[in-house]
Design a protein around this ligand. Sequence first.
Ligand code: PNS
Length: 164
Amino acid sequence: MNKAICPGSFDPITNGHLDIINRSARVFDEVTVGVLINPEKKALFNVDERVNLIKRVVKNIPNVKVESFSGLLIDFMKEKKIKVIVKGLRAVSDFEYEFQMSLMNKKLNPDIETVFMMSSAMNSFLSSSSVKQVAMFGGCIRGLVPEEIIPDIVKKIDEVHKNY
Ligand code: PNS
């Protein structure tokens, strides 16, 4: 079976992520969305919330599963017997960081390949942080994230605001 992983922070998942996941699911037999547990990075959603948001939006793609992981990506991939990483590239500015990461993963495990997919033009300006910023200041995030999770993002941002 041809397996791949789409790893990331997904705080929260955007239409850009979903596009890459959807397209990966057409290329590979099974796609795992790997949500990084990173205690050093302050996230808006905790990891279980992020996993659940993703599960809701990929529920109709039968060959996609969602799991969290901590530590090195290559160790998680070894455990799951996955050999391919799929990453989206939005612009030239993503290249350097992604290139560095793919070389590091290759150094850590030469059997791993990273495959890059160009993001669709309409998503090329999208990032989780810009979505959070727009939502934080009351801007419209329709069209940026899957419709069904908009209320969750608005509610979470309201809660965070109240605690300040
Ligand atoms: O959505 P992000 O934050 O750009 O995703 C980055 C991610 C999760 C793919 C990357 O940080 C990662 O793989 N982290 C796990 C730690 C690791 O394996 N590091 C070695 C490669 S530099």
